[in-house]
Design a protein around this ligand. Sequence first.
Ligand code: ADP
Ligand code: ZN
Length: 291
Amino acid sequence: MRIGAIEAGGTKFVCGIGNENGEIEERVSFPTEHPEATMANVIAYFEGKGVEAIGIGTFGPIDIDPSSPTYGHVTTTPKPHWSGFDFLGTLKRKFDVPFGWDTDVNAAAFGEAKWGAAKGLDSCVYYTIGTGVGVGIYSEGKLVHGLVHPEGGHVLTRRHKDDTYEGFCPYHGDCLEGMAAGPAIEKRWSMKGSELPADHPAWAMEAFYIGQAVSSAILMLSPKKIILGGGVMHQRQLFPMIRDEVRKQLNGYVSADPIVNGLDSYIVPPGLGDNAGLSGAIALGLAAAAK
Ligand code: ADP
Ligand code: ZN
């Protein structure tokens, strides 16, 4: 099968074609501009490609309620011109194929459950720690949706005792995203995360915040795997530090074996690496085709 996939990010769009095994056969990428210009690029890419379905994993927030008149639209994003944009409808008018439509992080969680670090499991939680923080949730074999979709990047956090940074979230200031996303690291330490040495105190503080999110996810959702992706998680030294924080914060309360004895293989990087998002979009497209 030829499945079209779109990973729509705030800074760039990646479009590609994959097959039923999640293998990516080709891909292109272009910057996220005005929606009309961006969608013209997407449409030009897929025209004549003969795809049987298209899966979309996108930045949000988005309307994912099929009974809503604005299903498929981007909703309250501060990203100029995208708020209220009919993303899905624009493509549906061009391509008469089944569409999968979900958040970028739900897509990544789905891809990881199908082909990646959570393969064979019926639940996982996927965090991206990048320009923002987002959470995708797969539970009992299904992606989790509710009133809208999970927005676990904006949960409140307990501040680190040495942290005087106010946080950059325009809605909440010092929520998880406001304290732990890439821009928070850069503003707090006046240096890009990628330029801070591995033994800099920034990483202990970062692990403290991400550890809280992971601990809460364990307590709320009891997932069988927690996957941490996004640009900031390229700092691989964070993994053991986050596991230590989770151990400390849970303090022996959760007695499942992967938590007590197996955190090394429970809190992990994406099995699909930086392809998690695009592969997830393929998985969404496949699921739409199967319906
Ligand atoms: P996006 O979230 O926009 O899709 P990324 O997941 O690549 O993209 O995240 C970008 C953010 O991650 C930026 O804030 C950047 O500073 C940060 N980042 C990228 N690479 C690294 C790195 N190696 N170490 C620390 N931070 C990084
Ligand atoms: Zn927030």
